[in-house]
Ligand binder design. Structure first.
Ligand SMILES: Nc1ncnc2c1ncn2[C@@H]1O[C@H](COP(=O)(O)OP(=O)(O)O)[C@@H](O)[C@H]1O
Ligand SMILES: O=C(CO)[C@@H](O)[C@H](O)COP(=O)(O)O
Length: 473
């Protein structure tokens, strides 16, 4: 049996999935946690990757591997291959002013034309501009800039600081893929090329950036365990990885409820949006991935479990015992600021509480509804750009909560399919690994666990919209 492995080095953890090349059956999995925080030293990801690979039974019998991961993280490398400073992650908002500065210097329309993106704090370019302005001595040390999946792929292939790696600090050996490159703010999905002027404008000087590997290409090979060489795939940004893992196609809108909330689809042509609501990414298979991303998703429910002192199952039971609309209680869930809409300094607000409505059940339901209403705005946005949505594919850690699917059917107004529990970003990376190994993209089936017909309750979104207008009009 030939096996292939896929990795998802995401915000909160690293997941490894090992699959049978022929059938696609998942034969082993592994996982290891990441530290909390929006600024993390990449060495923690490396340690977690090795632990997750070990937890998945090692790679001695694996023929290929590919690494997917959280997007946008700024991995700043010095000429000796060492990490200059902790990586600012996609959910770090300190570069919000830097984003505004880049827009002021180039104009939103021009930046969208050149990169498909209107800068927000999440994107790598704004983090580089923050570094230039806030830590000029560190910015001066930067010889190369990589993303989390790029750096892990480089380390996995044996590169890194001379004292830690057999192949040493060859920065020109860094690789990435088009999906992750498209989240930097200095690469163009339309042209497939880096926009060096924008990189220099952000960082203050030029730097080595990873070579972009084609979707069916390989980043090289590596000896990990044993005598065999393991083919290393191009890797991907996590959302493009999920699209691959799900086999997302025409009519599918993927809603992922991980640390981030994302709404995305695979399109044959690039999508741009000068308002910044939709980011015009590339996918991992040669097409495009228009996407809406919120900062607040699964952690909204984490917060609810702490507030109500319940586990996820009890939270679901409470939420499902309340009526749609939670008796008028509305949570605007901007616990970590918000990216879409771009309100980096916002905080969460619980509104509509009266003596009658302030019950545990209504507060539980308001957390589920608030989390999903922000994403429903994203579904509306991609449909308004002409996407002929036929169903929502609901994935990510929070998607497996029984209350989430039911409420999603009430706010998205589309059929909901929830696949069997699995790590779909890592599954997408196994598709890449198989593709790099054989030259053919595997056509493995994806089994659905739950189907829900639409059960639209307009009042839920109407009261959410009224609450946000009251707060931010
Ligand atoms: N049954 C559940 N109900 C609600 N949230 C859940 C449930 N199971 C896991 N989660 C949450 O899902 C998140 C992890 O999802 P995941 O997609 O792995 O995140 P990421 O990829 O961003 O690291 C955590 O915040 C976790 O608390
Ligand atoms: O910023 C984005 C996409 O633009 C996020 O989707 C990150 O890529 C984090 O992903 P998760 O850890 O939530 O999976």
């Amino acid at each position: 049996m030939t096996l292939v492995a896929g990795v998802d080095s995401s915000t909160q953890s690293c997941k490894v999935v090992v699959r049978d090349l022929v059938t696609g059956e998942v034969v082993r999995t592994g996982r290891a946690s990441h530290p909390e925080g929006t600024s993390v030293h990449p060495d923690h990801w490396w340690t977690a990757l090795l632990a997750a690979i070990d937890d998945a039974g090692g790679l001695a019998d694996v023929a290929a591997i590919s690494v997917g991961g959280q997007q946008h993280g700024m991995v700043a490398l010095a000429s000796d291959g060492t990490v200059v400073r902790e990586a600012l992650l996609w959910n770090d908002t300190r570069s919000a002013q830097a984003a505004r500065d880049l827009i002021a210097e180039f104009g939103a329309e021009e930046l969208v034309r050149r990169t498909g993106l209107v800068p927000v704090a999440s994107f790598t370019s704004t983090k580089l501009r923050w570094l230039r302005d806030a830590e000029p001595e560190n910015a001066a040390k930067v010889a190369a800039v990589a993303l989390p999946h790029d750096w892990l792929t480089w380390r996995l292939r044996g590169y890194g600081p001379a004292v830690e790696s057999p192949l040493g600090p060859d920065l020109e050996a860094l690789t990435t893929d088009r999906s992750d490159a498209s989240g930097t703010g200095y690469w163009s999905p339309a042209s497939g090329e880096y926009d060096r002027e924008l990189l220099v404008a952000a960082l203050g000087h030029d730097a080595i950036v990873p070579r972009v590997i084609a979707p069916d290409g390989s980043a090289g090979t590596v000896h990990i365990d044993g005598p065999t060489e393991i083919v290393v795939g191009p890797g991907a940004g996590d959302n493009a990885g999920a699209a691959l893992g799900l086999g997302a196609g025409e009519g599918d809108v993927v809603v992922s409820l991980g640390t981030s909330g994302t709404v995305f689809a695979v399109t044959p042509e690039p999508v741009t949006d000068a308002s910044g609501t939709i980011a015009g990414f590339a996918d991992a298979a040669g097409q495009y991935l228009p996407i809406v991303v919120t900062l607040n998703a699964a952690r909204v429910l984490d917060s609810a479990t702490r507030l109500l002192q319940v586990d996820f199952d009890a939270l679901a039971e409470l939420a499902l015992s309340a009526e749609p609309g939670a008796g008028g209680v509305v949570l605007v869930p901007y616990f970590e600021g918000e990216r879409t809409p771009n309100r980096p300094d916002a905080t969460a607000s619980l509104m509509g509480l009266t003596l009658a409505s302030s019950t545990r059940a209504n507060i539980a339901r308001a957390h589920v509804e608030g989390m999903l209403c922000g994403l429903a705005d994203g579904v509306d946005a991609v449909r308004a750009r002409g996407l002929d949505a036929k169903r929502v594919l609901l994935v990510g850690g929070a998607a497996f909560n029984p209350a989430v699917g039911k409420v999603a059917a009430q706010v998205f107004g589309l059929p909901i399919d929830i696949p069997k529990p699995g790590e779909y970003v890592a599954m997408g990376a196994t598709v890449q690994a198989a593709w790099s190994l054989t030259g053919e993209k595997p056509q493995w089936t994806v089994d659905m666990e739950t189907h829900l017909e639409p059960d639209l309750r307009p009042a839920v979104r109407e009261q959410y919209r009224a609450a946000t207008e009251q707060l931010y009009a």
